[in-house]
Design a protein around this ligand. Structure first.
Ligand SMILES: [Zn+2]
Length: 472
């Protein structure tokens, strides 16, 4: 298995999504989760863009010591020096320099010639290299750049000391086979390429960001740039969880692996949504609310007989709590406490009583209390101060078994609600689905929209900045 470097840019490119600005504390909190998730590189921000960006990169560099911490800079002295000021306290700093190389960007945006572009890129990388051993260079809009010019500029920056060459499909324009061919040709045509890491940075304008990233890996890229929940400019960046799980579910096809701890994928996704107030689309692969929901009767029947009939990976392998146990008004404190822990919150008895009191009132009204309802209740009762690192997935089945009083490690041992006795256990989602499909689903949907609104309104602090410097 070849190891692929996961370069997470949720805090930089991701933050450029409309509505996804984060303040320093929020970025720091997410950076800790990215560290637990096992990403290799955290692009913490664009230090010249604002005081807030600078402070966030500096703070993350100071406390997150395992991954490489990267800061973005345009190819000019002021940006690079500012990036280095923010990064120099990092255990493993990286300066990421970019400059557009396509004719359309050179003529209309930068108003410089190709020759000037080449000199500027080379000088910028030299300057960055004089400050920091680890330098990444990105030719912005690479996929619409004249390939001959691209090879020329890449050769020049390798000579100047770049250690990673990132190939951005800035506008989400390329096709998988075409992008693979480009990476392949870069390996043949760029002098010194064997000593540097090739990276892919794909946008999702045509829904191909993950496919293009995987195609690049197959063609020889050894770093992928991606974001949690696929957030990013316009239609977003390649989604980290999809790239990682494609490799993990199909090792027969992709003989590559990453350092990602699968069980932290869902907690990372949830944390990002909670911080930004931007929900994940329900049918989003891997981490969407419906990614492991089985609704059709024939699917439920198959799942009950053997989960392998309809599941290519287990929810636990990506950290999705066992949502087959649904919280309703018959649920007791114990089940509620367990679900809170699965969502990353631990309470003492008094604190849990307060959540429980609110829970009972809500359960009376809406019957089925989903995780996002519960998160709202928790925030209303206690804010986010009681957040703990999410429990390890392997701990969950036994914890649940203890609550339910039976062995949940058997394949899909979901009892029907009527089978459950004095323990006042949660209702079972399958039974519920079966009995009340239409009614509950419609109710849920309205309810969710209003939850999303309340999330957005109540939990967003003022944005740290209005991003004006957009890139890559
Ligand atoms: Zn980008």
């Amino acid at each position: 298995m070849e190891r692929i470097t996961v370069f997470d840019t949720t805090l930089r490119d991701g933050e450029q999504s409309p509505g996804c600005s984060m303040n320093v504390q929020e970025k720091l909190r997410l950076a800790h989760q990215l560290d637990r998730l096992g990403v290799d590189v955290i692009e913490a921000g664009f230090p010249i863009a604002s005081e807030g960006d600078f402070a966030a990169v500096q703070a993350i560099a100071a406390v997150i010591r395992r991954p490489i911490i990267a800061g973005l800079a345009r190819a000019c002295t002021q940006d690079i020096e500012r990036a280095w000021q923010a990064l120099k306290g990092a255990a493993r700093p990286r300066i990421h320099v970019f400059l557009a190389t396509s004719d359309i960007h050179l003529q209309y945006k930068l108003k410089i010639t190709r020759q000037k572009c080449l000199e500027q890129a080379r000088d910028a990388v030299r300057l960055a290299k004089s400050l920091c051993e680890d330098v990444e260079f990105s030719p912005e809009d690479a996929t619409r750049t004249d390939p001959e010019f691209l090879f020329q500029i890449l050769t020049a920056v390798v000579e100047a000391g770049a250690t990673t060459l990132n190939i951005p499909d800035t506008v989400g324009y390329t096709m998988p086979a075409e992008f693979a061919a480009l990476i392949h040709t870069i390996r043949q045509r760029v002098k010194g390429i064997e000593n540097v890491t090739i990276s892919a940075h794909c946008h999702n304008d045509l829904g191909l960001a993950v496919a293009n990233s995987l195609a690049a890996v197959e063609a020889g890229a050894r770093q992928v740039e991606c974001t949690i929940n696929g957030i990013g400019e316009r239609a977003g960046n390649a989604s980290l969880e999809e790239i990682v799980m494609a490799m993990r579910v199909r090792p027969d096809h992709y003989s590559y692996d990453t350092g990602i701890v699968g069980e932290h994928l869902y907690p990372a996704s949830q944390m990002l949504s909670e911080i930004t107030g931007v929900p994940v689309q329900p049918n989003k692969a891997i981490i969407g609310r419906n990614a492991f929901a089985h609704e059709a009767g024939i699917h439920q029947d198959g799942m009950l007989k053997n989960p392998l009939t309809y599941e290519i990976m287990t929810p636990q392998s990506v950290g999705v709590p066992d949502s087959r146990l649904v919280l309703g008004k018959h649920s007791g404190r114990h089940a509620l406490g367990l679900r809170c822990e699965q969502l990353g919150y631990q309470f003492d008895r008094r604190e849990l009583d307060e959540v429980y009191r609110r829970f009972v009132i809500l359960a009376d009204k809406i019957k089925h209390v989903a995780d996002h309802h519960l998160l709202d209740l928790i925030r209303e009762a206690h804010g986010t101060a009681r957040r703990i690192p999410p429990a390890q997935a392997e701990a969950r089945p036994s914890a649940l078994a203890a609550a339910v009083g039976q062995n949940l490690s058997k394949p899909f041992p979901v009892p029907f609600a009527t089978d459950l006795n004095g323990a006042r256990l949660p209702l079972n989602s399958l039974a519920e689905h079966h009995a009340e499909q239409g009614v509950r689903r419609n109710g849920d949907r309205r309810d969710e929209q209003c939850q999303y609104r309340s999330l957005t309104a109540a939990h967003r602090g003022p944005p740290d900045r209005t991003p004006t410097t957009r890139s890559l």
